[in-house]
Design a protein around this ligand. Sequence first.
Ligand code: AMP
Length: 281
Amino acid sequence: MIVTRAIAEIRVARWEDPSLQWGLVPTMGYLHEGHLSLVRRARSENDRVAVSIYVNPTQFAPDEDLDVYPRDMERDLRILREEEVDVVFAPDDEVMYGPGFQTEVRVRELTQLLEGASRPTHFQGVTTVVAKLFNIVQPHRAYFGQKDAQQAVVVRRMVQDLNFNLDVVVCPIVREEDGLAQSSRNERLTPEQRAAAPVLHRALHAARSALQSGERRGDRLREIMARVVEAEPLARVDYVSVANPGTLRELDLVHDDALLSLAVYFGDVRLIDNMPVNVPE
Ligand code: AMP
């Protein structure tokens, strides 16, 4: 397994044999089963697999958790070796944002809603770094998790708008046994907060059950999710949403496909979760 911070070294590996198919899995490290589901999917669909590990500072606002974001490069590399990953790109900030850097990639409306309403500078950081990673590795396929549903929608939009020559593959959410979506940020929860955190998944379930029982009103479904979370004293709702999965706009009424999603604080740890749903006509 090649491990490098150098873009030139990635390019040498990538173009050694141009007939091989490459898959890229972008991550911020501190790997868990959610990341590994992407790596395994990439492994099964490509000749070569590249994983990037980079905690990208430009997608964190100044008051967010960049400094305390969990990191363990040795452990990550051990895991990726076991998964038979070919190349790990682990750059530092000088490599990614060298002197004089001043270019940004911005997707407009889609990034103003949901996560973007709470984190207005977040997606500009994401799309800029993902565009750079796509240009550095030039993969045939790039793997993202449904866990970050809006990120997947935004990246697909960028790929289409800027004509990146690759397929975006979105993989299902991997959860703990109690329903909590796996996330590197779960590590930052106290034992009490960790015990309370499955409330996100319960809220999504409650809304889906209501939908299946015939409730179609967006407001009512949002209220159901908010009530479930508010019943948990350690949790504080940031937003709850019932949105069109393509445009991410809030729905007055659910007709067919919808994306249920929410963001919840436990102390200063902010967790997100979502559930795509479909109502048959
Ligand atoms: P991160 O390291 O949090 O930036 O995540 C890297 C990639 O893994 C992103 O595409 C995430 O959506 C994906 N991912 C993170 N957690 C999960 C999970 N529990 N299930 C599936 N994919 C995930």
